[in-house]
Design a binder for this molecule. Structure first.
Ligand SMILES: NC(=O)c1ccc[n+]([C@@H]2O[C@H](COP(=O)([O-])OP(=O)(O)OC[C@H]3O[C@@H](n4cnc5c(N)ncnc54)[C@H](OP(=O)(O)O)[C@@H]3O)[C@@H](O)[C@H]2O)c1
Length: 285
């Protein structure tokens, strides 16, 4: 079977490709920038160029593919809708059998997350495409919290515009294992899985876990949206990313990331990593 992973130069896509190298399937990586994929090419992965904004490139990239793992870009919503349309059209024309879509937990009509209209479109369009499908709703990444630790230690506080929201964070390694497992074999056709971490924690509990891992005092502090914007601006985040983050934390407050499922363990045979363990492992590196 040929499994083709898109956005394979991304932090998640790269990990999925590495997971799949242990399977007996043939692995193809579709990338927008082949010069960024030399590490994968060196491991005998076939690299094909495919840009979601260039339909002809996708048609060529998806040829002779049995299972296509679609990992979206981080483009704005309307462009992402067009990119998804392009990808599904090319997949159909190229004769792909099954598309595995890596979505996000907030794919609900009443979501506060401003990417939700794209997520709803993407799932529905895939289900209506006539292609076989598997939908994975990824939980919120834990990795960016770990990336932020040096700044948090300096500030002595974890500032989010959240009061009561809880999040079942999951690390990219666990997501990659689950995505890879969903691509292999034929048993996940027409299934929707929610890929979450093992527990939903509050923001004060997250601050406590970071304190324990770093052995530095870090307290959670609810900040206003304006204060959060200023912190993000000081960290050189783009205005677009700041708006995405604001809406994501409104979704957190709305309880959209607190569901805990057992889908990762069911797919991979292994429990997802608890938050304390992940933070400690990141600090050891
Ligand atoms: N679960 C979460 O908390 C969470 C958080 C953030 C994002 N996400 C979603 O998960 C996806 C993967 O995350 P990640 O961490 O791997 O992100 P990432 O490291 O930023 O990777 C994004 C990937 O998208 C590719 N890409 C961008 N525009 C493209 C285009 N027009 N055509 C084809 N490929 C394109 C990039 O290719 P280049 O290398 O050429 O730039 C890169 O490989 C993101 O794209 C986003 O939709 C999830």
């Amino acid at each position: 079977m040929v499994i083709n992973v898109t956005a394979a130069t991304g932090q998640l896509g790269r990990k999925v490709v590495r997971e799949l190298l242990d399977s007996s399937d043939e692995i193809v990586a579709t990338v927008r920038s082949p010069d960024q994929a030399t590490d994968l090419a060196n491991r005998d992965v076939e690299i094909r160029r495919g840009d979601y904004d260039e339909p002809e490139s996708l048609h060529n990239a998806f040829r002779s593919t049995d299972v296509l793992l679609l990992i979206p870009s981080i483009a704005p919503v309307e462009r992402r809708v067009q990119q998804h349309f392009n990808a599904l059209q090319a997949a159909k024309e190229a004769g792909v059998t099954r598309v595995v879509f890596a979505g996000f937990m907030a794919a609900e009509p009443n979501s506060k997350f401003h990417i939700a209209p794209y997520l709803l479109y993407a799932e529905s369009k895939l289900r209506l495409s006539g292609l076989d499908w598997t939908i994975l709703r990824d939980g919120m990444y834990l990795d960016p919290v770990a990336d932020w630790i040096p700044d948090l230690v300096q500030m002595g506080r974890l500032p989010y515009p959240v009061d009561h929201g809880r999040v079942a964070y999951i690390c990219r390694d666990d997501l990659a294992r689950a995505l890879a497992a969903a691509c292999v074999g034929n048993s996940h056709s027409r299934e929707l899985y929610k890929l979450t971490g093992p527990e939903a924690i509050s923001m004060p509990e997250l601050a406590e876990a970071i304190s324990e891992a770093t052995k530095k005092p870090i307290k959670f502090e609810t900040v206003t949206e304006q204060e959060f914007v200023e912190i993000c601006q000081a960290g050189n985040e783009s205005e677009e990313m700041i708006q995405t983050l604001l809406s994501m934390y409104r979704a957190v407050e709305n309880g959209e990331f607190e569901e805990v499922t057992t889908d990762v363990a069911m797919l991979t045979g292994k429990e997802p990593m608890p938050i304390h363990q992940f933070l400690e492992s990141r600090l050891e590196v």
